[in-house]
Design a protein. Structure first.
Length: 315
């Protein structure tokens, strides 16, 4: 595998690290199977691309596009939560309904199935002079920029889950009756959790669009599988219950997943082609699921669970 392919895999792994964190919030923290992410990622792409191409905001459009994408994805998550909580629709079905609706909404936003942003101002073009002054190559600059955005997002999520409200969110996924008995609102936790989760996925879509130069309505197909792969690989590697470790593990899992994909598809001896992408994905996820059971602890490695105990600072 060439250096260019490795950096490309690292860049994609970091972008989809946001998806891994989002899936961790819904599947592990809230215990809410959410397929909305397959519609949220292209939604963020569509919103960011439309703002950049329109030129109405000026030089701030690439950065405003990230914020607008997050808010659009949060709205999609809120709709899923509303259908599930207010109308008691099955979680999985509610997310599928939102995902299907997002497809048509994305086309409405862009006015077409795909929208190029080549030649427009992006976060890459605006930060390129600063990286050039530090004598950093363009490929490395792209990776460092994405790493900075992902690091800030991960830090904010860690702070959220370590707060009192985050403790209530973690309790909601394990025992919602416990939250209600202690005066909390499991519904509010679900609303916030799904909004933040889909906001992160939409922001990942906005970053992907600006780095690759286009937004496509079909870009979200298989997003949930990539997110699950990142979470499972990360949990397989760390086996810890600490929140910050699990969040970092999601990012590392996404990077390893992308590197494994790039290695498999760029190794001629394996005889794989680009059309085998789904096959390689299925094999990697299956291996990640089987790996914990193959550990030396008698095939009984437990899945890491979140600790509900909040550390009390020493006096």
């Amino acid at each position: 595998m060439t250096v260019f392919a490795f950096l490309g895999a690292l860049e994609l792994g970091l972008i989809y690290g946001l998806v891994g964190i989002a899936v961790f919030l819904t599947f592990r923290v809230l215990d809410f199977p959410d397929l909305t992410v397959d519609g949220s990622l292209p939604l963020g792409s569509a919103v960011a691309a439309t703002l950049i191409v329109s030129g109405g905001i000026g030089a701030m459009a690439p950065w405003v596009g990230l914020v607008a994408a997050f808010l659009a994805g949060a709205c999609a998550g809120l709709i899923t939560a509303f259908l599930a909580i207010r109308f008691n629709i099955l979680n999985l079905l509610a997310s599928i309904l939102t995902m299907i609706a997002a497809y048509s909404i994305n086309i409405r936003i862009m006015g077409r199935p795909n929208l190029p942003v080549l030649g427009e101002e992006t976060i890459i073009s605006q930060t390129a002079p600063a990286f050039a002054a530090m004598d950093v190559g363009q490929d490395f600059a792209r990776v460092l920029l994405v790493l900075a955005v992902v690091a800030v997002a991960a830090w904010l999520i860690i702070r959220l889950l370590a707060s009192d409200f985050g403790l209530a969110m973690r309790a909601t996924g394990q025992n919602s009756r416990f939250v209600l008995a202690n005066g909390g609102s499991s519904a509010l936790c679900t609303y916030v959790g799904l909004a933040v989760s889909n906001g992160l996925v939409a922001m990942a879509g906005a970053i992907f669009t600006q780095l690759n130069g286009f937004a496509d309505v079909n870009a979200g197909v298989g997003t949930i599988v990539v997110g699950l792969a990142a979470v499972i690989l990360g949990e397989t590697l760390v086996g810890s219950r600490k929140i910050w470790v699990l969040i970092v593990a999601c990012i590392m899992g996404s990077i390893l997943y992308r590197i494994a994909m790039a290695f498999a598809l760029n190794t001629s001896s394996l005889g794989l082609q680009a059309s085998d992408l789904n096959l390689v994905t299925a094999v990697i996820v299956a291996l990640a699921l089987v790996a914990p059971k193959m550990r030396k602890s008698g095939f009984k490695a437990p899945r890491p669970r979140l600790s509900l105990q909040k550390k009390v600072p020493a006096k």
